[in-house]
Design a protein around this ligand. Structure first.
Ligand code: SAM
Ligand code: DTB
Ligand code: SF4
Length: 335
């Protein structure tokens, strides 16, 4: 078993991140093989349940109202339509269904009541239900947990130092507070970030340091490559070279051995050989389906061909147990 640490230093993580690439991949692959079924990859499906018109200024995001990106703003979806999409995702082999809303934060109103109904309905399909809805209060996190929410995605995106360059309408601490509220409610935590925002290596290392030194590692760590969208301030950013993505994945794998590392946005520009190296380096989760929230993703059939070619197998739902069910079991144990 690997040592699960929460006291990493910047220098240690830099030492890992800067290793010669193939040696780094080998080390990460060894950690991966020890802690996970090698070649098993979780398939998650994403659905934007409320699109665009967001009040935040996240400089990467096509859904921020203040940038003119041409996306179609859509009010919250109907529960039945969401259930149909979840059924289709399940039929395609997805074990996790993630619903995203372009909100700064959740408000206690009828839209949130509807999300609660969505969570309950998708939970009945025996899929891991995930939401990403912006900031949450402790009470909102508890309501989601009671409805059967499995995981909550809330990315820290970059280092604390670089955060203000990317987003000014909320703080790094706001993000960390929501993550603590999610954890406290017994919901599985999904948190990672984006590379290609104009950050330095030190920022990437700083982001991994924050995640790896949380009191508990996030169960899932998405590594997104910026999808540059016309109309956003980062539209002209140059694409992150593939070897830097591999470094980021391998380092995340080594410092958070048991977490799922998700090769998230940005796969469309990667060849199968490049993705294979990401899987070697410890990535064991992807978003499948030809759309992320608003931007394109590889075609489903192309991904299935890749799974076949590389001998990857989809991970079943609840293979790691259910945090709330575990908590309830503990609570009901006789003293
Ligand atoms: N509004 C909620 C929030 O910000 O937490 C949930 C939805 S938001 C779109 C989810 C995540 O998508 C962001 O935290 C960011 O990491 C990622 N994201 C958004 N736009 C992206 C882009 N153009 N390229 C890569 N990742 C992106
Ligand atoms: C995550 O880390 N990546 C996903 C999911 N969590 C919600 C979102 C990627 C969004 C990419 C831009 C878009 O499609 O709008
Ligand atoms: Fe809004 Fe989320 Fe996009 Fe930021 S990342 S603008 S909070 S939808």
């Amino acid at each position: 078993m690997s040592d699960i640490r929460h006291n990493w230093t910047k220098d240690e993580i830099r030492g890992i991140y800067e290793k010669p690439l193939l040696g780094l991949v080998l080390e990460a692959a060894n950690v991966h093989a020890k802690e996970h079924k090698f070649g098993e990859v979780q398939i998650s499906s994403l659905l934007s349940i409320k699109t665009g018109g967001c009040s935040e200024d996240c400089s990467y995001c096509p859904q921020a109202a203040r940038y003119h990106t041409g996306i179609k703003v859509q009010a919250i979806m109907k529960v039945d339509d969401v259930v149909n999409a979840a059924n289709a995702a399940k039929a395609g082999g997805a074990s996790r269904f993630c619903m995203g809303a372009a909100w700064r934060e959740v408000r206690d109103n009828s839209d949130f009541d509807r999300v609660i109904d969505m969570v309950k309905a998708v939970n009945k399909l025996d899929m891991e239900v995930c939401c990403t809805l912006g900031m949450l209060t402790p009470h909102q996190a508890e309501r989601l947990a009671e409805a059967g929410l499995y995981a909550y995605n809330h990315n820290i995106d970059t280092s604390e130092e670089h955060y203000g360059e990317v987003i000014t309408t909320r703080t790094y601490d706001d993000r960390l507070h929501t993550l603590a509220n999610v954890r406290q409610a017994g919901i599985s935590v999904c948190s990672g970030g984006i590379i290609g925002l104009g950050e330095t290596d030190a920022d990437r290392i700083g982001m991994l340091l924050t995640l790896a030194n949380l009191p508990q590692h996030p169960e899932s760590v998405p590594i997104n490559v910026l999808v540059p969208v016309a109309g956003t301030p980062l539209a002209e950013n140059t694409r992150v070279p593939f070897d830097e993505l591999v470094r980021m994945i391998a380092t995340a794998r080594i410092v958070m051995p048991k977490s799922a590392v998700r090769l998230s946005a940005g796969r469309l520009e990667l060849s199968i050989a490049e993705q294979a190296m990401c899987f070697m380096a410890g990535a064991n989760s992807i978003f499948a389906g030809d759309k992320l929230l608003t931007t394109p993703n590889p075609e489903y059939n192309a991904d299935m061909d890749m799974f076949h070619l590389l001998g990857l197998t989809p991970k079943a739902s609840f293979a790691d147990g259910h945090p709330q069910k575990r908590q309830q079991a503990v609570a009901h144990e006789p003293a």
